[in-house]
Ligand binder design. Structure first.
Ligand code: ACM
Length: 516
């Protein structure tokens, strides 16, 4: 049986007392009752919602039929229903089952793309249809959010994402997180149809994975963290475990090795990686150490080759992030030369390079993707790269950075990009946030969580919720759904689910908690 995602700290509910031995699992609520608001609680907002009369009520007799290939997602749905309602639907070969998961690779609704789904709820049946198992999985997240007790309002939802790339980033370098904590963060993101998991694996304060031939990266570079705690690192097997877990939740891991700046941990392990062996590491404060790789040394590129190869070996996804931000210790000629060679090495390991937007000063490979973050500085080279065809991931620090404090008195986070209340996290559009960028340049959005102040999973969740769902909605939903009063109400509707799942969150006064 699959575990239900999003349930790291959750408890299993007891079955509702209405559960019966009835052989029909659907019961009809009073004829003519169309409660459209009961379907309008899903985050991200679906593309189309049509409410119908009645409700579907789960009972102990409910059974799930999965068409060939849909079995793993059906098992996940069963686990989620058990977690939320205490009822344990069995799988059944009967195509007359009350709950149907239909994988329809051909002949379905082509307009739903590779991640869309259709969910049809009647008083007697629930039918989830998609062309891919990812689409079915996203539909399961919708069902989880729609369940009120053991009931689902009747109606039809058709849904597909606006952007192909909907990411979150976790900085495991400034503070290290156990594999279990990383899995729980993945679970919480999956509930909001996020499909990319960017893992920031190295920085001044820590190097967090093993690289064959360079053992001290992990054992020396990984031995501390902000505040001087013991830090840690993932073995190749642990990194693969994270990758496999993310894949089971339909997220692709994007490893990041941050270079040529933010390398204090690497340089403290191998001082010859810096020109003249100069370095500030190991860094245990929150501020960047301003170390840099020696861009004119061939051993630097042997290191980059080994590290990118190890990251590529552990992560089968198409992308590998090479960092590229804030390389203050280098001049532009050194920096651009490094970026060119680093992106070629990433490409030589079969991965599409991603780099923070500063890398736009260098001549880029056609496939290299830039990640836009720094809204404080004009970066004309980003728009120029986009004009030449470079795709962009939008992670504007003043909207999408989950580590920015929502208010001045918030006990976690920083505020160098400004205070970011929930309404501000929601108040932007990826295709207009950077003037001069056309919609076709935008691959999608990302919500990074930098961890200088983030010591635990609970801290991470408290900063991420409810703003992570806001960024997920910016990535999934069409702009015509954009409406803060309605969105804040839909966020409020998520609160009881987070309580049940054990997800810590910030009870922002902007959100009408408890009135939904
Ligand atoms: C960044 O926030 N330095 C990418």
């Amino acid at each position: 049986m699959s575990a239900c995602s999003g349930g790291g700290g959750g408890t299993t509910a007891t079955p509702p007392s209405t559960s019966s031995n009835s052989v029909t699992s659907g019961t009809t609520s009073p004829v003519g009752s169309v409660d459209s608001t009961a379907l309008e609680r899903v985050v991200p907002e679906p593309s189309n919602i049509t409410a119908a009369a009645g409700t579907f009520t789960l009972t102990g007799a409910a059974a799930i039929h999965a068409s060939p290939g849909a079995e793993p997602v059906a098992a996940d749905l069963a686990a989620c229903i058990k977690q939320q309602t205490g009822l344990a639907p069995q799988s059944t070969p009967s195509i007359n089952a009350t709950i149907q998961l239909v994988l329809q690779p051909t002949g379905g609704d082509a307009s739903l793309g590779t991640e869309g789904y259709t969910l049809a709820i009647t008083p007697t049946s629930v039918t989830l249809t998609a062309a891919t198992d990812a689409g079915l999985f996203h539909g399961v997240q919708t069902i989880r959010q729609l369940l009120i007790g053991a009931k689902l309002q009747a109606g039809t939802i058709t849904d597909r994402p606006r952007f192909a790339y909907r990411g979150v980033m976790l900085d495991v370098a400034r503070h290290f997180y156990s594999v279990a904590d990383v899995k729980a963060y993945i679970d919480a993101a999956a509930l909001y149809k996020v499909n990319e998991f960017h893992l920031h694996l190295s920085d001044d304060q820590g190097w967090r994975f093993t690289v064959p031939g360079w053992p001290k990266l992990a054992t020396v570079g990984g031995a501390s963290q902000v505040g001087g705690g013991p830090g840690g690192y993932y073995t190749a097997a642990e990194l693969k475990e994270i990758v496999g877990y993310a894949a089971s939740r339909y997220l692709t891991v994007i490893p990041e090795i941050d270079m040529p700046g933010h390398v204090g941990a690497a340089v403290s392990a191998y001082p010859t990686l810096a020109c003249d062996g100069r370095h500030h590491g190991p860094v245990t404060t929150a501020s960047p150490g301003y170390d840099a790789l020696c861009t004119t040394s061939e051993s630097t590129y042997r290191f980059v080759d080994s590290a990118t190869e190890a990251a590529a070996d552990a992560t089968p996804g198409p992308y590998l992030h090479l960092g590229g931000d804030e390389a203050q210790a280098l001049d532009l000629t050194q920096y651009d030369a490094f970026i060119q060679r680093a992106q070629n090495l990433v490409a030589s390991h079969g991965r599409t390079p991603i780099a923070w937007a500063e890398a736009g000063t260098a001549p880029l490979l056609p496939q290299t993707v830039l990640e836009y973050w720094n809204t404080a500085q004009p970066q004309p080279y980003v728009t120029q790269a986009a004009d030449r065809g470079t795709k962009l991931i939008m992670a504007p620090g003043n909207h999408a950075y989950l580590d920015q404090q929502p208010t001045p008195d918030f006990p976690l986070g920083l505020h160098w990009a400004g205070y970011t209340p929930v309404s501000k996290a929601y108040d932007w559009d990826p295709v207009t946030v950077l003037p001069g960028i056309g919609p076709s340049s935008v691959l999608g959005v990302e919500a990074p969580l930098w961890s200088e102040t983030v010591k635990s999973l609970k801290d991470a969740e408290t900063l991420a919720f409810p703003r992570l769902p806001a960024i997920a909605e910016i990535g999934w939903s069409t702009p015509n759904t954009h409406n803060w009063p309605k969105f804040s109400q839909r966020l409020a509707d998520q609160g009881p689910l987070w309580d049940k799942l054990g997800i810590a969150y910030y009870k922002s006064p902007e959100v009408p908690w408890g009135q939904g």
